[in-house]
Ligand binder design. Structure first.
Ligand code: ADP
Length: 275
């Protein structure tokens, strides 16, 4: 997939010189992402690729949306645009009510940093850096003070069940634990939306279910987050509240569904064999 450079800074906006302006938190039920006629064309002339051909999409608070579709259908292109990592050829994208095309570079960085958290298939953690420091990184860029930095990173790691692993480096953690650190890093700015790209793609069934259960918890409750999750696995999509299917750069299906419970699916797995 054409995911942009997997730099660890993918979830981190560049440092912003101006003091951050508050980004209004959307109320429950509000549209957090609104896309109209979104189009992305690569190249020109005979080599033109129409990656997105006019996509309309509204994503509301607390939705857990699976974006599905065959390879080359435009999923990554859509995610890159939703993540403000790329600009569309045409169309409008409003994030937290703001038309991103009209924002200054600094304001866009600010809105992106406060509204979006990113989780990738390969975790993208800094290797020689503890879990705690990895999670603190987005806060450093946001200019948060040292004491709050540690408190918030500790809280985020507690939320993903890693309170006892804060000093571990990525190579001292399992794949599932590394993905939890990446989720904590995405959570630490308290974003309204988490964008996850094949976030369970490298994980076994049990660990995938644990990660999905965690996403379901994050989307639940009054102040739940919105999760947009690219996956090619129908099994994973069953746990989402909405499934959007992309094909040849268009949305060909968009359906709400009662999500299966990942916690229940975990409980139904056969007991783990002792290793
Ligand atoms: P998916 O994530 O569903 O596999 P992509 O969004 O990566 O699909 O790609 C959609 C189409 O756009 C494909 O035909 C792909 O080859 C093309 N594409 C993606 N990124 C680029 C790029 N940077 N330059 C040229 N073509 C691209």
């Amino acid at each position: 997939m054409a995911v942009p450079s997997p730099s660890a800074s993918a979830s981190v906006a560049p440092p912003v010189a101006a003091p951050p302006a508050p980004v209004p938190a959307p109320a429950t039920g509000d549209v957090v992402m609104e896309v109209r006629g979104l189009t992305k064309t690569y190249g020109s002339g005979e080599t033109t690729v129409h990656a997105l051909r006019g996509v309309d999409l509204e994503v509301r608070r607390r939705e857990f949306v699976a974006i599905m579709g065959p390879s080359g259908s435009g999923k990554s292109t859509l995610m890159n645009l939703l993540g403000c990592l790329d600009v569309p050829t045409a169309g409008v994208y409003k994030l937290a009510g703001e038309d991103v095309a009209r924002l200054s570079r600094d304001r866009l960085a600010e809105v992106r940093n406060r509204t979006l958290g990113f989780v990738f298939q390969n975790y993208n953690l800094l290797p020689r850096t503890s879990a705690l420091e990895n999670v603190q990184l987005p806060l450093l860029y946001a200019g948060v003070g040292r004491r709050e930095l540690k408190a918030r990173a500790t809280e985020a790691l507690g939320r993903v069940g890693l309170a006892s692993r804060m000093d571990h480096r990525p190579n001292q953690l399992s794949g599932g634990q590394q993905q939890r650190v990446a989720i904590a890093r995405a959570l630490v700015n308290r974003p309204a939306v988490i964008l996850a790209d094949e976030a369970t793609g490298n994980l076994d069934t049990r660990t995938s279910l644990e990660i999905i259960a965690l996403f379901q918890e994050l989307a639940a409750g009054e102040d739940g987050m919105t999760i947009v999750f690219v996956t090619h696995e129908p099994d994973v999509a069953a746990f989402c509240s909405r499934v959007v299917v992309v094909r040849d750069g268009r949305i060909v299906s968009d359906q709400q569904q009662p999500p299966a419970s990942a916690a229940a699916a975990l409980a139904a797995l056969p007991p783990e064999e002792a290793s």
